[in-house]
Design a protein around this ligand. Structure first.
Ligand code: EPU
Length: 431
C-alpha cells in the first residue's frame, strides 16, 4: 500500500472538531463490547518486525496509537495490508530502515519498543524523541540497563537515541523498578540473542503475557517461571503467525466506572473478568453490585456509593490507568476517599479540572484526598488520555452542561469512545 494514512480519519475519529458538549445523561444503562488492548497491540505490532515472514494480527483497536505504530512500521519498509477493520497483515521481509523520526516517535510512548526490536532485527538503529502522555518525566534507564547488559550501546543525542550491538548476548537482569516498557524492550532484544536471558522484577501485566504468547507462536522460547520472572532463550529465527490481541481491560474498566458514576447499570462484554479483579473488588467495596460471567462483567449501583482507599501498583495491583476515572467516581461518592498513586507521581494534574466542576479534592505529593459532592458542568481541558476519560465520566455524572476541549487525547487510546458512551445513554455531541 502507499504512504497514505493506514486507517482513514472517518474510521478513527468520531468528531470533526476537538471539542465536545456533554449534558447530564442520568443513569447510563446498557452493554458495550470491549475492543482490543492498546497496550498489547502496540508491542505485538512492533514485535512483528522480528519475524522473517508475515504476521496477521487481529482485534487491533481503531485508535490513533495503532495507526501511528503501523505508520512507523511502514516507514521502515514493512508492507502493511488491512484485511478488515481490526486485522492487519504485517510483512517485515523488506524492512531495511531502522530509523523512526521524531515526527512519529514524538507522539507515541510505545516507540521505545523500537530500541529492542531494532537491536533484535538489525543490530542497530535510531529513534527520535519519545512521546506519550506527560506525567512529569518518564525515564528509560531500566530499558537501557537491560539492553546494555545484553551488549548493546545506547547513546542519547540531540536527534534521539542511537543503539548498536555487534552481537546480542543473553544476560541476567534484575530491574530496579517494575516497568512495562523495560520488560517489553528486554524481551524483544533477548528473543533472538545468543543464549538465555533472565529478567527478574519483570512486569506481569496481561499485555506482557499476550506479547509472550505472540512471540512463542512465532517460534520464540519465553517462559514466565515466577510471577515477576521471565526467562527468554534466544532462537535463530522467528516465523510470523496469526494472533488475536487480548481485550482491553482499561477500556472495560472505564465503562464500568462510567456506569457506577452515573448510578446506572453497565455490562462490558468480551473481557476476561480476572483482569478486572482489582477494579471490581474496589467497586464492590464502595457499594456497587458486580456480576462476573465467563467473558463479561456487569456493574449496578443498588443504593449509595461510599468513599474508599485506593493505591495503584503494578499488576496484579490496581492499575494506574484507571486511577483518574476512579477519582472522578469518588468525587461523586458519599464521604472520604484517599488515593495513593505509586506509579506516576504527577498523574493528578487533571484534578484541577475536576475541582472546576466543584469536586472537593486536595492533592499533596502522590496522594489525593477526595470528599464526595455533587459535580456541576464546566468548560474543561483534557490533559491526557485517561484523564480525558475521567473528565467525560465526570461530565456525564454532573449537573449542567460541560464542554470538553482536547478530545484528540482520548482518540489516542479508546476506540469509538463517544459512540460507545452514547450507545448506553450518554448525551455527548460535537461542540
Ligand atoms: N520507570 C523508571 N525507569 C524506566 C522505566 C520506568 O524509573 O526505565 C518508572 C516510571 O517512571 C514509572 C514506573 O517505572 O514510575 C512504571 O513505568 P512503566 O515503564 O511501567 O510505564 P510505561 O511502559 O512507560 C506503560 C503503559 C502506560 C501505563 C504504565 C504503567 C504502554 C504503551 N503504556 O507505560 O499506559 O500507565 O505502563 O502501567 O503500555 C496509558 O495507557 O494511558 C498509559 C499511560
Amino acid at each position: 500500500m502507499g504512504k497514505e494514512p493506514i486507517l482513514c480519519r472517518s474510521a478513527l475519529f468520531e468528531t470533526a472538531m476537538n471539542e465536545l458538549t456533554v449534558r447530564p445523561s442520568g443513569a447510563l444503562r446498557g452493554s458495550i463490547f470491549v475492543s482490543g488492548s492498546k497496550n498489547a497491540a502496540l508491542p505485538i505490532l512492533i514485535a512483528a518486525l522480528l519475524a522473517d515472514t508475515p504476521s496477521v494480527i487481529g482485534n487491533l483497536p481503531a485508535i490513533r496509537d495503532v495507526q501511528l505504530t503501523l505508520r512507523i512500521l511502514q516507514n521502515m519498509g514493512c508492507v502493511i495490508e488491512p484485511l478488515d477493520a481490526a486485522t492487519y497483515r504485517i510483512d517485515p521481509r523488506h524492512a531495511n530502515a531502522p530509523f523512526a523520526p521524531d515526527l512519529l516517535t514524538g507522539k507515541l510512548r510505545a516507540s521505545t519498543y523500537l530500541l529492542g526490536a531494532y537491536l533484535g532485527r538489525f543490530g542497530r538503529g535510531c529513534i527520535g524523541h519519545i512521546g506519550g502522555c506527560d506525567f512529569g518525566g518518564r525515564p528509560i534507564d531500566q530499558h537501557i540497563k537491560a539492553l546494555s547488559a545484553m551488549g548493546a550501546t545506547v547513546i542519547e543525542e540531540e536527534d534521539g537515541y542511537h543503539i548498536s550491538a555487534s552481537s546480542l548476548q543473553g544476560a541476567s537482569v534484575k530491574f530496579d523498578v517494575v516497568s512495562v516498557g523495560a520488560t517489553v524492550n528486554a524481551i524483544l532484544a533477548a528473543v533472538r540473542a545468543k543464549g538465555e536471558t533472565c529478567l527478574e522484577n519483570a512486569a506481569a501485566e496481561p499485555h506482557i503475557d499476550d506479547l509472550i504468547v505472540y512471540l512463542n507462536r512465532c517460534g520464540a522460547d519465553i517462559r514466565r517461571i515466577a510471577p515477576n520472572t521471565v526467562v527468554v532463550r534466544g532462537v535463530e529465527r522467528l516465523c510470523g503467525c496469526r494472533h488475536t490481541v487480548i481485550p482491553d481491560m482499561i477500556e472495560a474498566g472505564t465503562y464500568l466506572i462510567a456506569g457506577a458514576a452515573t448510578r446506572g447499570a453497565v455490562r462490558v462484554r468480551g473481557i476476561s473478568p480476572t483482569h478486572l479483579l482489582p477494579l471490581t473488588q474496589k467497586l464492590e467495596e464502595m457499594g456497587a453490585d458486580v456480576d462476573c460471567e465467563e467473558d463479561s462483567v456487569s456493574v449496578f449501583v443498588p443504593t449509595r456509593l461510599y468513599g474508599a482507599y485506593l493505591e495503584t501498583a503494578p499488576h496484579p495491583g490496581f492499575p494506574t490507568d484507571l486511577q483518574p476515572q476512579m477519582v472522578a467516581l469518588m468525587s461523586t461518592a458519599l464521604g472520604y476517599s484517599r488515593v495513593c498513586e505509586t506509579i506516576w507521581q504527577h498523574r493528578f494534574r487533571y484534578t484541577e479540572e475536576l475541582i472546576r466542576m466543584g469536586a472537593k479534592i486536595t492533592v499533596k505529593d502522590h496522594i489525593a484526598e477526595v470528599r464526595g459532592t455533587c459535580l456541576s458542568g464546566a468548560t474543561l481541558t483534557v490533559p491526557d488520555l485517561r484523564a480525558g476519560a475521567a473528565l467525560l465520566i465526570a461530565a456525564c455524572a454532573a449537573e449542567g452542561e460541560s464542554r470538553l476541549q482536547g478530545i484528540e487525547f482520548i482518540e489516542r487510546g479508546y476506540e469509538n469512545f463517544v459512540r460507545k458512551l452514547r450507545s448506553i445513554g450518554a448525551d455527548i455531541r460535537p461542540a
